[in-house]
Design a protein around this ligand. Structure first.
Ligand code: ASP
Ligand code: MG
Length: 439
């Protein structure tokens, strides 16, 4: 069995919904994992924020506007009265559910309940559309099997048991539709896998059922070797290892949720990135044994903050690193990159929530400098210790650009470089011409 995941842009409009029909209705059995229509989760997040801030009038106005949009989609998507009416009724059911919450106290839990409406609606609409066309499909609610534990990690045992039970009940169905993103938490409440989490849903499901392949369908034919928004003539990378894909996803390649590699790696399930607009394109295949190449791809991650800790007391002393790391740990802030010298440590974070608290905690260790608007450029390639030369092409490409930090040697398949965001486009273009000269 395969798992097909379609993101928000693949269900962004009635036309886009229709594009999916031939893709999912060929003969093999598959689980179709859907995101909410593009923009919906943002809108629901905004509604929930207004509600939390006690701006109920605004929250209500936004809810009604979104309800109106769904009624319009229903009008355009369905040609029969029966299925059109079902879609209108379901729209009202979900939006009435949201407005009913407004009369209660706001809680984190309500936010999760509100956010879940997007995937519940898109998946039902696809099921209705197929039914209207006479194509058999079945809707298996993600809330019946998808669950995270107390640490927010997928509860594989629970998921496997419950998903397999659900699947056994629909054994003869070819198209099994479910929602991405949403799940239950350890207390059985509606929760989610965080923004962009539908990819993660797809690979968790793939791992749970031992899928032949998980296909992540988007608008672009796989992962490119550089950012096509800034660089011309980028090429699709045809094969990546799980590690390479994870680095690229984490450091900027927006096409895949970074956590989604883990479940696939765990069970060795191939992940393929495919394009709904060009379904015959093979896309990018992510597998365990991809052959390393000198350079495979470059990605950039913005909104990075650098923190530099300088202290003469660090010279030949021990225990400093622990104290530094503890400051970040205390505020649950992950560190991305790190470089050290005898008297200073530079590192980067991407979550500024607790920055001032972290800085004041670190103040007892040394002098602290922070800098915002930084970008990490991640170059994925062959950086195994046996490699000859230290990637001279990279340094040549960045000759004219102030390099703030370099992380080399930590990973066999990537090297990371910190620069000012204002230098990003020049850096990406220059790297592109040095690392991927046109054949
Ligand atoms: N709808 C959710 C989001 O926008 C999940 C996803 O699309 O992957 O974050
Ligand atoms: Mg996505």
């Amino acid at each position: 069995m395969n798992v097909f995941k379609f993101g928000g842009t693949s269900v962004a409009s009635p036309e886009r919904f229709r594009v999916l029909i031939p893709l999912i209705s060929e003969d093999t059995q598959k689980i179709v994992v859907l995101s909410a229509m593009a923009g919906t989760t943002n809108a629901l997040e905004e509604i929930s924020r207004l509600f939390a801030m006690d701006e109920s009038e605004e929250a209500l106005a936004k809810t009604e506007a979104l309800r109106g949009e769904y009624h319009q989609v229903a009008d355009e998507l369905f040609s029969s009265l029966t299925w059109g009416e079902k879609a209108h009724d379901l729209t009202d059911e979900h939006f009435n559910y949201i407005t009913a919450l407004f009369s209660r106290e706001h809680s984190r839990h309500n936010e999760k309940r509100i956010l879940a409406r997007g995937e519940l609606l898109s998946s039902a609409f696809l099921h209705f559309l197929l039914s209207e066309q006479g194509i058999a499909s079945v809707l298996v609610p993600a809330l019946n099997f998808m669950r995270i534990d107390k640490d927010g990690q997928p509860d594989y045992f629970y998921i496997r048991e419950n998903l397999n039970r659900e699947l056994a009940a629909v054994r003869d169905e070819k198209i099994i539709i479910t929602q991405g993103f949403i799940c239950r938490n350890a207390y059985g409440e509606t929760d989610n896998l965080r923004r962009g989490g539908s990819d993660y849903s797809a690979t968790i499901i793939g791992a749970a059922i031992g899928a032949e392949e998980v296909q992540i369908w988007t608008d672009i034919s796989g992962l490119h070797n550089n950012d096509p928004r800034y660089v011309e003539n980028t090429r699709v990378v045809r094969q990546l290892s799980y590690d390479e894909a994870a680095e690229l996803a984490y450091f900027g390649a927006k096409i895949l949720h970074p956590s989604s590699i883990n479940p696939a790696r765990l069970k060795n399930i191939p992940v393929r990135l495919k394009n709904t607009m060009e379904p015959s394109d093979e896309g990018t295949l992510i597998v365990s044994g991809s052959t390393p190449e000198d350079y495979k791809a470059v990605a950039a991650k913005d909104a990075v903050i650098s923190v530099r800790i300088r202290s003469a007391g660090m010279l030949m002393a021990y225990g400093f690193m622990r104290r530094i790391f503890e400051a970040f740990e205390a505020f649950k802030t992950p560190i991305d990159m790190i470089t050290t010298s005898e008297v200073s440590v530079s590192l980067t974070i991407d979550d500024p929530t607790w920055l001032s608290e972290i800085v004041s905690t670190l103040g007892s260790i040394g002098t602290i400098e922070t800098e915002k608007d930084q970008t990490i450029i991640c170059i994925v390639g062959d950086f195994r210790p046996s490699r000859e030369g230290s990637a001279p092409e990279i340094f040549e490409a960045l000759n004219e650009i102030p390099v703030k930090m370099i992380s080399y040697g930590g990973s066999d398949n990537s090297m990371s470089i910190l620069i000012n965001t204002s230098d990003k486009v020049v850096a990406l273009r220059s790297l592109s011409s040095k690392l991927f000269p046109e054949e």
